[in-house]
Design a protein around this ligand. Structure first.
Ligand SMILES: [Zn+2]
Length: 288
């Protein structure tokens, strides 16, 4: 739980998150030869258990349908289940109506497991940017309380640098953008999957400390980030970008230990739902 005194003293809290998805190959099917999802998730659950941490699992609807026992097990461990798109399609594939349909299907897949209705959403690939700022209104209309879908930096794929790194309310929904730290001329996402794997560990941890001084540290890891045995295959969204695709496989073998080390450091942590409920920052801001 996030304790206000502790957060004031140390900064943060960290908001640990797993984007609960498969590694989608170019045919948009889970890549063959990868470690079973259940095994990877179990490995992450053990890390969170060791750190006494409850996390938020942003869950793809398709995963809830194909691996129901995995999602139920995550929930039974006390973690929050939120939405991550029904088929893990980035936002530029949707118009408003199709996005609303996708949200409903994602939520229905989770509720069909007997779990509470999710109140949070994360866009696949953090793909919510200025071109689809209408998404916050749709989220509110569909009953969501928060979103964590903006990467406020220039990246090789999506990004909305003008959004800024502070949480803010957009159309009645609290947006919790991924944490970024300025390193020279570049805004670097910290506590975030590939970035956290690529950076030397002492640098990655330092970026987390810097971000924590400003407030909540928002990031993500995927189950496949800890799958050191997966053969190199092309990801659906990087089929024509081989260099970027290679980065998805770097240092996976050390990722689990890195997360464990960070989470056992005694940082205050919270689930996204808990943090959103207690957020008392600026209640409204310009979102465009
Ligand atoms: Zn994802």
């Amino acid at each position: 739980m996030c304790d206000r005194e502790d957060i004031r003293a140390r900064g943060g809290p960290l908001l640990p998150a797993v984007d609960l998805e498969e590694f989608y190959g170019v045919d948009r099917r889970p890549a063959a030869g990868a470690t079973p999802l259940a095994e990877l998730v179990e490995s992450l659950l053990e890390v969170f258990r060791a750190g006494g941490v409850r996390a938020t699992f942003f869950t793809v609807g398709e995963v809830a349908r194909t691996h129901p026992s995995v999602v139920v097990r995550v929930a039974e461990h006390g973690h929050e289940i939120a939405c991550h798109g029904d088929r893990h399609l980035p936002m530029d594939r949707f118009d408003e109506s199709a996005f609303a349909d996708d949200l409903r299907a994602n939520r229905a897949a989770i509720e069909a497991l007997g779990l509470p209705a999710p109140t949070g959403f994360r866009a696949p690939l953090m793909s919510l940017d200025a071109t689809c700022a209408w998404a916050h209104r749709i989220l509110r209309e569909e009953g969501f309380a928060y979103s964590s879908s903006v990467l406020p930096a220039r990246t090789p794929q999506y990004g909305w640098p003008e959004f800024g790194s502070a949480p803010r309310e957009c159309a009645g929904v609290l947006e919790l953008p991924a944490s970024v730290v300025r390193v020279g001329p570049v805004l670097v996402p910290c506590f975030a999957a590939t970035y956290y794997r690529l950076l030397p560990e002492f640098v990655a941890r330092r970026l987390v400390r810097i971000a924590a001084r400003r407030g909540a540290v928002v990031g993500y890891v995927h189950p496949w980030d800890v799958d050191a045995r997966q053969p190199r295959v092309r990801h659906a969204e990087l089929a024509d970008r081989p260099l970027l695709n290679r980065l998805l496989f770097v240092r996976r073998g050390s990722m689990r230990a890195r997360i464990q080390s960070l989470l056992t450091d005694g940082w205050p942590t919270a689930t996204y739902r808990e943090f959103a409920r207690t957020f008392t920052g600026h209640p409204s801001g310009r979102c465009r």
